[in-house]
Ligand binder design. Sequence first.
Ligand SMILES: *Cc1c(COP(=O)(O)O)cnc(C)c1O
Length: 505
Amino acid sequence: MNTFHSTRSNDQMVTAKQAIRTGIAYDGGLFVNDDLGTANGPHIDIAGLVQSSYQDIAYSVLKALLPDFSEHELRECIEQAYGDQWDDTHITPLKPLGDDWILELFHGPTSAFKDVALQILPRFMARTANTPDVPEQAARTEERIMILTATSGDTGKAALAGFADAPGTGITVFYPEGKVSQIQQLQMTTQQGNNVHVYAVRGNFDDAQSAVKRIFADHEFANTLQDDAHVALSSANSINVGRLVPQVVYYFAAYAQLVQRGAITLGDPVEFVVPTGNFGNILAGYYAKLLGLPVAHLTVASDKNNVLVDFLNTGVYDRNRPFYQTTSPSMDILISSNLERMLYYFSGKDEALVAKLMESLSQDGTYQIPEDMLKRIQTIFSADWANEDEVNEAIASCFASTGEVIDPHTACGYTVLQRMPQRENVAARILLATASPYKFPRVVNQALGFDHTGSDFACMDVLSQQTGTQAPAALRGLEYAQERFTEVIDIAQMQDVVRRAAFTL
Ligand SMILES: *Cc1c(COP(=O)(O)O)cnc(C)c1O
């Protein structure tokens, strides 16, 4: 059952539960499992999934990737995470988009794709404590977990919604001051729950994210919290195995819906276009392929922060470049953490090489992968990006030609999809839609030529009237919700507020 180890070393094997509970490996690496993609590794029979519900598909995928959870535990987690807090029974419904398809990942409680993972992660977390196969934790029956998250917008709210009042947990969220939309900020600052804390931080997302990483790496601090407050720190960022694995499910669900609709025949290869920042959304598609889903190709769609596009084209990752604040804030990222897992698999599971590349990234902000490794990656992955003008044009042309209203993140993907060559071996192309357009109503109205001069809420009403679509009730209701968290802090204060929160948990 000890199937996971760090991307940077393999001397410490842990269970899926331990990997989820700790979030990141002791050496700073990401947890990976070696049997994935091998002949004797986990494999999913797609024929059996075609008539299945989302929940049953989720069970098959989670069982394959998290083998030490019992059937009962997984079924319970799935039932609680994918219930009527979703406004579509398909959970991730698939719709036609001209000659292509669009998979909507934003029907959860916070209207962003991160709900897919963050509705279930707290339920996993609650089942990692005091289990017989986590012996060193048996002694600490009252240990609680404090989730720390730096967010560029969507993760924060989705994590807060998932962890609010979840037994045995607390959550502290940091977002860059002034760098998230009015709606995103209100979503976080109005969050209910006795175990939640939200702070605006002076700096950009990468500054906040780096500070969170430093807090995690401070072993002395961790020991103090452990001994004096009985609190262990953990991460809800997309590097957690418990975030990544639930995202694999929607690739299978998309495929099953295509077969059900008669759009493809079982076994036909398909291609996904994936708006990506931290590489979590698209990496899940690669995991689906390793589990046996016929994925012919995966295309990264970036915004103006196109570090991944350059990497996938040249083999050089270089974060030494300007950081742009765009209308797709959840993709404004210069360090794509989950890329490390892809490097692991494409290097032939070479921990020493991954450790060296990550050391180079941390020291110099750059690394280069071997030529043959790049060639292998390029057989499956490609990448393109959209600038701000193209995002606006994409929102307008998508609405004009398909009737679908898309958000700025999805619009990066739409731009890339339109520009992409039609590959011969691909039976269907699926664009992943990652946020409701109502999370970014001002940008969307502007792109569509509608009035965008009032508040975000006035913009929502205009968007609704002009397009005949409906704003999600939880978003529209924010106008009258009470703000609970208004404190702005410096990077240097982050560790202190975590300490305070831990002692009140
Ligand atoms: C987080 C997010 C993305 C990117 O997902 P990654 O896991 O970082 O690749 C894209 N769009 C939206 C709306 C998001 O919230």
